[in-house]
Ligand binder design. Structure first.
Ligand code: PEP
Ligand code: MN
Length: 483
């Protein structure tokens, strides 16, 4: 049934999007790629739609809707990530573990924008490099699960797979294909509000900012953070005074969208054959000047559970123009990593791939160095990004899923150190965070401990850093650079 739906989807794609075969057979792989070629591969985390007709209808509708992002934006991000891969800029990526449709609202979006902006200013101050901002936002609706079912109130029910497929409420755990379309509209609405807010000056550095450092009890730390904030404010004031802002760059910033590319039928329906922007090498060299763009987000990544060399996800990812991420957990072998890079980036384009390492504070020492050396000898130049969240999840004695701030910072600072030892550098960090005052991770200057977690524990998946913890992490990383 699923095969039928997909072959029909393939037809829609051909029909509506001017489809054709990939015109880049330079390495012999691309001639077999199409937006649906992944269907002939084994697929992890596969979705079974009970109502196949409804799934067909939803995918058909998606395939006709306009792009959420454009090739020009995607290409701009790729160029920026090239800089990050070469050590000339730093990538800050962050947002919810599981973004809910209900987060598509003014306050949570504003809070996340403000937090990412403040963190990026701190990181610019620390690293002396431009910072690229990518939100886990406007589409982070799909979650891979270790088990297809879970026990709730003594009853076995399907696991929550993210708002794009089913609802968290036990009554809504059946996969509902209409959610695929709903995901598109929530994603587009979120992106629309982000674009409107940025254009209207939410990130205007002419405006003073509230840094809210009152919670930092430790006097020494409070003084240190205040010094950083003052230094940032002074620099901005100086630039405004001398009229350095002739290009209007203090008025707004770029913020790109990203999510895990997990539900491939959704990603395929939004994959379009579009004209390359000027400056893209394919604009002149490919026969029709076009390429396949995933228009659901600027950047998508492959999760640690779906990165099998022979699998459907890797097959899909190798054909798109967007910059992509690959999660790299402790089970990744050195040669497997290189094989993956060769498949998804045969031309070895600099910064096309971001390796998002997430080993855990206790494993980073034994894993990262080997991966750095293997990649170095392969000739690939990637963005090395540390995700200090996913290898550091623990359960409290009462069974609450949490992460300790100290472990998170420990993995980050180890990554910074190990890269340095290997003549490499950390190109970015990937965090689960929210602009809200949640209590999901322990530690940080607020001194949250296991007993405090129930105060405001609202995540529907993994524990996130709250606004204060996330900002503090940025201060600590910045301090590391300045040492
Ligand atoms: C995630 O980023 O939320 C996630 C599931 O990560 P990973 O694939 O690294 O486990
Ligand atoms: Mn997560």
């Amino acid at each position: 049934m699923a095969d039928q739906a997909f072959s029909r989807l393939d037809n829609y794609l051909q029909q509506y999007m001017n489809g054709g075969s990939q015109p880049q057979p330079s390495n012999g792989q691309f001639d077999t790629w199409s937006p649906t070629s992944w269907q002939s591969k084994p697929i992890k985390q596969v979705v079974k739609y009970e109502d196949q007709t409804a799934a067909d209808t939803a995918l058909k509708q998606l395939s006709k809707l306009p792009p959420i992002v454009t090739p020009t934006e995607v290409w701009k991000l790729r160029q920026s990530l090239r800089d990050a891969a070469l050590g000339k800029s730093f990538l800050l990526q962050g947002g919810d573990c599981a973004e809910l449709f209900s987060y598509c609202a003014e306050d949570p979006i504003d809070a996340k924008l403000k937090l990412l902006l403040q963190m990026s200013l701190v990181l610019i101050w620390g690293s002396n490099k431009p910072v690229i901002r990518i939100g886990r936002i406007a589409g982070q609706y799909a979650k891979p699960r270790s088990s297809p079912t879970e026990i709730v109130d003594g009853k076995e029910i399907p696991s929550f797979r993210g708002d794009i497929l089913n609802g968290y409420d036990p009554e809504h755990r059946k996969v509902d294909p209409e959610r695929l379309v709903s995901a598109y509209f929530h994603s587009a609405t979120t992106m629309n509000y982000i674009r409107a807010q940025l254009a209207s000056g939410i990130a205007d550095l002419h405006n003073p900012m509230d840094w809210g450092l009152g919670h930092v009890g430790d006097k020494e730390l409070q003084a240190k953070y205040t010094t950083i904030v003052n230094s940032i404010s002074d620099s901005l004031r100086f630039m405004r005074t001398i009229g350095a802002d002739t290009s209007g760059q203090l008025q707004t910033v770029d913020l790109y969208s990203s999510h895990e590319g997990l539900v491939l039928e959704y990603e395929t329906a939004l994959t379009r054959r579009l004209k390359h922007p000027a400056g893209h090498p394919g604009a002149q060299t490919s026969t029709d000047g076009k390429g396949w763009y995933n228009t659901s987000a600027h950047f998508i990544w492959i999760g640690d559970r779906t990165r099998q060399i022979e699998g459907g996800h890797v097959e899909y990812f190798r054909g798109i123009e967007n910059p992509i991420g690959i999660k790299v957990g402790p089970s990744m072998k050195n040669d497997e990593l290189i094989e993956l890079l060769d498949i998804v980036n045969p031309r070895k384009d600099v910064g096309k791939v971001t390796l998002i390492t997430r080993y855990g504070a206790d494993k980073v020492e034994s894993m990262l160095g080997g991966h750095i050396e293997a990649v170095k000898s392969s000739g690939h130049i990637v963005v090395w990004q540390c995700d200090p969240m996913h290898g550091n999840t623990r359960s409290t004695s009462t069974g609450i899923k949490t992460r300790s701030f100290s472990n998170i910072f420990s993995e980050l600072s180890s990554a910074l150190k190990i890269h340095k030892q290997h003549g490499s550098f950390l190109g970015g960090m990937h965090l689960e965070l929210t602009g809200d005052a949640v209590t999901e991770c322990t530690g940080g200057s607020q001194g949250l401990d296991d007993e405090d977690l129930s105060l405001n524990y609202t995540t529907y998946c993994d524990p996130r850093l709250n606004e204060k913890q996330a900002l503090e992490l940025a201060f600590l990383v910045a301090g590391h650079y300045r040492e």
